[in-house]
Ligand binder design. Structure first.
Ligand code: NAD
Ligand code: UDX
Length: 436
């Protein structure tokens, strides 16, 4: 199959490289010339484990290429995937579909022969209808179908999620489009990945429902963590105790500083908007968004409390800034709110992140960025672990103690054991666990 992938970001680049690795011919198109230039030089513009090797291998073997020229890319294509960003629209929380519609417009002018246009971006219900309308109006002679194929990969585990998905959801309105999509995903049929063929609108909504449900699960356990702290219970044991029930499942029950990232925050907001528009308000998701928002600043307050009630004039070291480990993505990372609130309370911030510093510098200013975890701690009054990078799981605690002015460690990801930390002489504060 010949595939065009429009948008070479986290989703487009990973999907393009994986489709090429299945044996398809893939051209990735991006309208950011610097990105394409870098990719053509073999440089990968994002940090995603294993991606560099996968891209280089498929380029070398002639199945993957990059261009800014959409017209050339779609000449022979069987399917053109739209994998551009759908951020929150400023002011109202709706998904900003301008990038999707711009891509559809450009595609319309360049289609040759039967092509399936596939929305891989996360888009509100009805976007497929709108894309179809745009193409029909711009190019009445075009021979095409529009399908929805939402992506469920997680950053940091993107390649294995794409190649071994729990399921693939495909929303199609014609058998002809279904045939093309089946052929594209044939290698995964052989892996026995369940493929759900649904209507286009159902596929669009399924993506939002999945993200909102996962965000709800995290928010639920975060509230249980707060309760655990009050009643002297342990949230990790509660999570295990409920998660072993197959009806609940153990994943996405890690209490922490609130969910962040490029998807959950914007997708929950967009779902709320859609639900309101269709007069079927999603009150649960509305509560999830509100609780998660307030949690981030509550985590800054937790750090302040651990420092004796004030951080004025103090230096706080933050370990981990990205919204989760194994990515350089800072979009809606809880660290942003936490760092800014600590600064407002008079603290000086030092920070270290293994991969996210360049992106962090664009959103977090007046921060002393350290080159490694230990120099980050030097002279700080307290350290807070915000993101659970593996590099922070086995710190040399004796060294940590000698570097800090006072041995205060706030662990917002529960990667250390309270009893052990106490034994080592730390004032240790974690999430949803009493210190005994
Ligand atoms: P991204 O911002 O990393 O990448 C989008 C890319 O599209 C950019 O490189 C941009 O230059 C390019 N682009 C924008 N308009 C274009 C156009 N008209 N023509 C060509 N290129 C264009 O975004 P992302 O994180 O990959 O997300 C893409 C979509 O996938 C979003 O809808 C998102 O919600 C969804 N999604 C993301 C993830 C994730 O983990 N990041 C997971 C599942 C779904
Ligand atoms: C998410 C969805 O999981 C994925 O299916 C979708 O395609 C894109 O959005 P991603 O944002 O990459 O993926 O990361 P994910 O692992 O889901 O984590 C999202 C946020 O939730 C992170 O801030 C993470 O720290 C937080 N989280 C996750 C928790 O706080 N506790 C958990 O148990 C799980």
């Amino acid at each position: 199959m010949h595939i065009t992938m429009i948008g070479a970001g986290y989703v487009g680049l990973v999907s393009g490289a994986c489709f090429a690795d299945f044996g398809h011919d893939v051209i990735c198109v991006d309208n950011n010339p610097a990105k394409i230039e870098a990719l053509n030089k073999g440089e990968i513009p994002i940090y995603e484990p294993g991606l560099s090797e996968l891209v280089l291998k498929n380029v070398r073997e002639g199945r993957l290429s990059f261009t800014t020229n959409l017209g050339e890319a779609v000449q022979e294509t069987n399917a053109a995937f739209i994998a551009v960003g759908t951020p929150s629209r400023r002011g109202d929380g709706h998904a900003d579909l301008s990038y999707v519609y711009a891509a559809a417009n450009e595609l319309a002018q360049n289609l040759k022969g039967y092509t399936v246009i596939v929305d891989k971006s996360t888009v509100p219900v009805g976007t497929g209808d709108e894309v179809e309308k745009i193409i029909r109006e711009t190019n009445p002679d075009a021979d095409f179908d529009v399908a929805s194929n939402p992506e469920f990969l997680r950053e940091g585990a993107a390649i294995s999620d794409f190649k071994r998905p729990d399921r693939i959801v495909i929303g199609v309105e014609t058998e002809r489009a279904a045939d093309v999509m089946r052929e594209i995903y044939r290698p995964l049929y052989l892996n026995q990945a369940p493929i759900l063929m649904t209507s286009r609108r159902t596929a669009e909504l399924t993506k939002y429902a999945a993200n909102a449900f996962l965000a709800t699960k995290i928010t639920f356990i975060n509230e249980m963590a707060d309760l655990c702290e009050k009643v002297g219970a342990n949230v990790q044991d509660v999570a295990r105790g409920i998660g072993l029930d197959n009806r609940i499942g153990s994943k996405f029950l890690h209490a922490g500083p609130g969910y962040g990232g490029s998807c959950f925050p914007k997708d929950t907001l967009a779902l709320i908007k859609t639900a309101q528009e269709y007069e079927a308000p999603s009150r649960i998701v509305e509560a999830v968004v509100e609780v998660n928002e307030s949690r981030k600043s509550a985590m800054a307050d937790k750090i302040i409390a651990a420092c004796g009630g004030s951080v004025k004039g103090k230096t706080i070291a933050l370990l981990g800034l990205t919204f989760k480990p194994n990515t350089d993505d800072m979009r809606d990372a809880p660290s942003i709110v936490i760092a800014q609130r600590l600064q407002q309370a008079g603290a000086t911030i030092k920070a270290y992140d293994p991969e996210g510093v360049e992106q962090a510098k664009q959103v977090l200013t007046n921060i002393d960025y350290a080159p490694d975890p230990y120099s980050c701690l030097e002279g700080a009054d307290a350290v807070a672990i915000i993101t659970e990078w593996d590099a922070f799981r086995a710190l040399d605690l004796k060294r940590v103690k000698t570097l800090l002015k006072s041995p205060t460690l706030i662990d917002l990801r529960n990667i250390y054991r309270p009893d052990e930390m106490q034994r080592q002489g730390f004032h240790y504060v974690s999430v949803g666990r009493s210190n005994s």
